[in-house]
Design a binder for this molecule. Structure first.
Ligand SMILES: [Zn+2]
Length: 104
């Protein structure tokens, strides 16, 4: 059985994100904040893949459409947007995962 890890991402809490405007589409600093969340997510993905894990990433900020899939390492599952899951920022997680990581 494959080792699996679930990564939930959020802008609030990422390095350098210090004001609310940075967390809102189109406002000052948003693009830089998303770039930082992306870098932190990529670092976590690469570390998990190097350790032999299958990786699922949930984009958990606002509408869940912040991460650009083209910028992420290949071979992951990316969950974008929202569904009716009560798990919200952890949507899709189940007991098949060994660990979870929270970015932000
Ligand atoms: Zn958020």
């Amino acid at each position: 059985m494959a080792k699996k890890i679930y990564i939930s991402t959020d802008l609030e809490g990422c390095s350098g994100v210090t004001s609310w405007p940075e967390t809102h589409y189109g406002e000052k600093g948003y693009d830089l904040a998303v770039a930082e969340m992306t870098r932190e997510t990529i670092a976590a993905i690469k570390a998990c893949q190097a350790a032999g894990y299958e990786v699922t990433v949930k984009d958990g900020h606002e509408d869940g459409m912040n991460l650009d899939p083209a910028t992420l390492p290949r071979g992951i599952e990316l969950i974008r947007g929202w569904d009716s899951s009560p798990a919200e920022m952890m949507a899709g997680i189940d007991d098949s995962y060994d660990f979870a990581i929270h970015i932000g």
